[in-house]
Design a protein around this ligand. Structure first.
Ligand SMILES: NC(=O)c1ccc[n+]([C@@H]2O[C@H](COP(=O)([O-])OP(=O)(O)OC[C@H]3O[C@@H](n4cnc5c(N)ncnc54)[C@H](O)[C@@H]3O)[C@@H](O)[C@H]2O)c1
Length: 317
């Protein structure tokens, strides 16, 4: 009985948009991918798409410096794969040739599928999606890699008329995990307006990239962060309240649940500012006190101790 209810519930959430009539017409064949943002996530997405899906990728970044740094990093990763004999030099050359860097978003006018990976700033994403709706072909899927912003709100930014779902129905989230070349999982999230065809196209393309898709609903934190961040936050509270010291907390979870690193080390790798931002979204958007960010987490972010990227977090780097 319980499992029947659970199954029904699980089926209802991701498909909520299918209750509504959303217009769309699309070709499922992705012949050209666009990626916006050549940072940590965007570069990984572009590289995996070139290597695994073997699709030409137009990589857009507004900063020429970030673009240059991203392309140099892609070449370094490919050279490392060649030196470790994971791929041949020819395969590396083919993947590199599929990547076209540009600073102009207008160059996405022929993309069949676009994945946005710019910083987690709502107004920035809304602006980009309203432009994509104008620039990209009408069949193109418009995907975001957001960690916490509502997909429904991003989709709404593609139109002035909420009744017209021509553009909003083709918005979806492909939430890749970091680092993209290594992590197999990807979370596919529908907004209220997302059509079933868009969801199916996103799942199919992620599969083509060699990823394993989980489908979830547009709810604060989605699935991955809704589960992961309270776990990290609780570990920080345990440290703050003296239940255990840093090494004991990380050792028991690492050795007791067979994960590669404990929650405090993982928080350092993700970035403590990112962890705090996601806990705030969970807390504010659900109004549930169980998501209250740990006081120590807030204090460490205030101190500028953000983890690996700042050289100091729960560990020194
Ligand atoms: N870092 C993670 O672990 C992680 C994991 C999952 C999802 N995400 C999400 O992925 C997205 C990107 O995160 P990131 O860590 O790669 O960020 P990042 O800061 O490493 O990269 C962002 C890139 O976007 C570029 N950019 C900024 N404004 C732009 C614009 N208007 N047009 C084009 N390019 C622009 C920047 O120059 C930069 O190169 C965010 O939404 C983040 O929440 C991050």
């Amino acid at each position: 009985m319980a499992s029947t209810n659970l199954t029904k519930h699980a089926l209802r959430l991701p498909s909520q948009s299918r209750l509504f009539s959303t217009t769309c017409s699309r070709s499922l064949e992705v012949r050209r991918l666009g990626v916006i943002g050549a940072g940590q996530m965007g570069l990984g997405i572009a590289l995996v798409a070139a290597q695994r899906a073997q699709v030409p990728v137009t990589l857009v970044d507004s900063s020429p410096k970030s673009l240059e740094k991203g392309m140099a990093f892609a070449e370094k990763l490919l050279a490392r794969d060649v030196s470790k004999q994971r791929i041949t030099q020819e395969q590396a050359n083919t993947a590199r040739a599929l990547l076209t860097p540009t600073t102009s978003i207008e160059d996405l006018s022929e993309a069949d599928f676009v994945i946005e990976a710019v910083p987690e700033i709502p107004s920035l994403k809304f602006d980009i999606f309203s432009r994509l709706a104008q620039i990209c072909p009408k069949h193109a899927i418009l995907a975001t890699n957001t960690s916490s912003i509502s997909i429904t709100r991003i989709a709404a930014s593609t139109t002035q008329d909420p009744k017209d779902t021509t553009n909003s129905s083709r918005v979806v989230s492909t939430h890749f995990m970091n680092p993209v070349p290594i992590q197999k999982g990807v979370e596919i999230i529908s907004g209220l307006q997302t059509s079933k065809e868009t969801l199916d196209a996103a799942v199919a393309f992620c599969k083509r990239m060699g990823k394993i898709a989980s489908v979830s609903a547009d709810s604060p934190g989605f699935l991955a962060n809704r589960i992961l961040m309270p776990y990290i936050n609780e570990a920080i509270t345990c440290l703050d309240t003296g239940v255990g010291d840093r090494d004991s907390i990380d050792a028991i979870m690492k050795n007791g649940t067979n994960v590669p690193m404990g929650p405090l080390q993982l928080a350092d790798f993700i970035g403590l500012d990112t962890c705090l931002a996601i806990m705030k979204v969970l807390h504010e958007e659900t109004g549930d006190s169980k998501y209250r960010p740990s006081i120590l987490l807030r204090n460490m972010v205030d101190a500028g101790w953000l983890g690996k990227k700042s050289g100091k977090g729960f560990y020194d780097y």
